[in-house]
Design a protein around this ligand. Sequence first.
Ligand code: SF4
Ligand code: SF4
Length: 299
Amino acid sequence: MKGYIFDIDHFAVHDGPGIRTTIYLKGCPLRCLWCHSPESQAKAPEILYLQSRCISCGSCVSACRPGKHTINQSGLHIYNREGCTACGACAKVCPTKALSVCGCEKTAEEVIDEGVQDMVFYRNSGGGVTLTGGEILYQPLFALEILKGVKAYDIHTIVETSGFGEWYQLQEISRFTDTFYYDIKLINEDLHKQFTGASNRIILDNLTRLAKVHRHIVIRVPLIPGFTDPIDNITAIYKLAADNGIYQIHLLPYNPSAPAKYEWVGRAYKPGSLDVQSGEYLEGLMGQKLPGQEVVIMR
Ligand code: SF4
Ligand code: SF4
């Protein structure tokens, strides 16, 4: 079985306990306004272009058969994404790595091999493999195959998901998952539609079903200033967790490096300039937690 990935990160220490290998599947059905990895949204490979690295040498012009690169009259390089097949010929000849291909097709076996090669480090550190995206439910059979393969070596597995997918697929995946990192962004359905492009009903229904069959779920909340971090949204998420018997919640403060990535894919970062939450504000959010809940700020 083959699927699309956009990265494999060995020796990761921020994606769960111990030393881990984090596997990033490419493609996501949601379009969160603030997405911190816009290069993960499309399933197919795509070209990343970092203009600041371009020296306008023109090597890409002759490498590209469909003629997507030109040097204009002022001697500056122009890249036209429309009709680009992401064949990667231009990236191969770019001397400064201004052009690169994001994403590739791999077999599940190839990905599993990468996941098991650091087994000795998992054993010594209490680590394992983390499967994330993009959205793993966008390639559910591929995700399942990888998890089954990794679990055959008795490796600890974490799955990070938005929960936006078919329940029967999530249920099957849960059989090979030790811990879920389940992203909840907004409780208000209208706001969820407005800022992610989809209703949150499937996400909330799947969480309730998952909580009935799986004991290790951590709710993760990306704190986007003015969008997901208002106190009424966070307290509603605490209540959702309590209603489903989930006591662990991770709050992820805003990452100001996200907007820079939008240049790579030739898109604008729509939320505009946002301020990182202050320590005082984060403490205030933690202070609203319900009895028995463990809320951690993931800095
Ligand atoms: S990836 Fe291929 S089609 Fe796209 S610009 Fe580069 S050479 Fe041209
Ligand atoms: S090959 Fe790279 S550095 Fe040269 S013009 Fe193209 S993008 Fe710019």
